[in-house]
Ligand binder design. Structure first.
Ligand SMILES: C[S@@+](CC[C@H](N)C(=O)[O-])C[C@H]1O[C@@H](n2cnc3c(N)ncnc32)[C@H](O)[C@@H]1O
Length: 181
C-alpha cells in the first residue's frame, strides 16, 4: 500500500487527541515522539519551533502522520484553534497524571529538554500535568514521558485497561505534592 492508502485506512481510527512538541535540541527526540504518537493514532502532531529533527528516528512513521509545523508559540495557539491544551510539565504542575482529566480533542503539549514548556504556553494551558516519579531524578526522557502519558490516555479508553488495580493502597515514600506519586 502507498503511504496515502495507509493514511486513508487509518483516518477513521484516529483518536480524539493530538500532541504538540516544543522542538528539542536533540534531533533524535522529535522523531522518537512521532514514532510513539503514531502507535496511539493521534490526530495531529504540532511541532513548535524550527530546529531540525531526525526523521529516521520515527522509523518511517512520519509518512503516516499529519505533522503541522508551527514556527512559534503563537502559531501553535492559532493552529489548535480553541482545542484544550494540556501541558505535560513537572515544574509548575497543577495536577498529576493519575488525577488529570483528558478533555475531548485535547492537545497534549511536551516541552524541550532544556527549558521545558515555555511560560506563555503554560499560561495558555487548561491543565499542567506532572507524571509522578519515584526516584531522585527530576524528569523522564522526552519520548518516554510522551509514551507514559499517551499510554494512560489509551488505558482509560480501552475496556481492557479498566478495573485492574492494587487491592491495597500503595505506600509511596517521600514528600507529597504534584510532582510525586
Ligand atoms: C526531559 S524534560 C526536561 C524539562 C525540564 N527543564 C526539566 O529539567 O524537568 C523534557 C520534557 O519532558 C516532559 N517530562 C519529562 N518528565 C516529566 C514529568 N515527570 N512530568 C511531566 N512532564 C515530564 C515534559 O514535557 C518536559 O518539558
Amino acid at each position: 500500500m502507498s503511504a496515502g492508502q495507509v493514511r486513508a485506512e487509518l483516518a477513521p481510527l484516529r483518536a480524539d487527541l493530538s500532541i504538540a512538541v516544543v522542538r528539542a535540541k536533540n534531533p533524535f527526540n522529535v522523531g522518537a515522539i512521532i514514532r510513539v504518537a503514531h502507535s496511539f493514532l493521534v490526530r495531529e502532531i504540532f511541532l513548535v519551533g524550527s530546529e531540525p529533527y531526525y526523521e529516521r528516528a520515527s522509523m518511517g512513521m512520519h509518512r503516516y502522520e499529519t505533522i503541522v509545523p508551527c514556527p512559534d508559540e503563537q502559531a501553535l495557539l492559532a493552529a489548535i484553534s480553541g482545542r484544550p491544551l494540556c501541558a505535560v510539565e513537572r515544574d509548575h504542575a497543577r495536577t498529576t497524571l493519575w488525577e488529570a482529566d483528558f478533555p475531548r480533542d485535547v492537545v497534549l503539549l511536551f516541552g524541550s529538554e532544556d527549558d521545558g514548556v515555555p511560560p506563555a504556553l503554560l499560561a495558555a494551558s487548561a491543565q499542567v500535568i506532572a507524571i509522578p516519579m519515584y526516584g531522585i531524578n527530576h524528569s523522564f526522557p522526552l519520548a518516554v514521558a510522551a509514551g507514559i502519558v499517551l499510554c494512560e490516555w489509551a488505558r482509560r479508553r480501552d475496556p481492557r485497561g479498566r478495573g485492574r488495580g492494587p487491592t491495597e493502597p500503595v505506600s509511596i515514600p517521600g514528600p507529597g505534592g504534584a510532582g510525586r506519586g
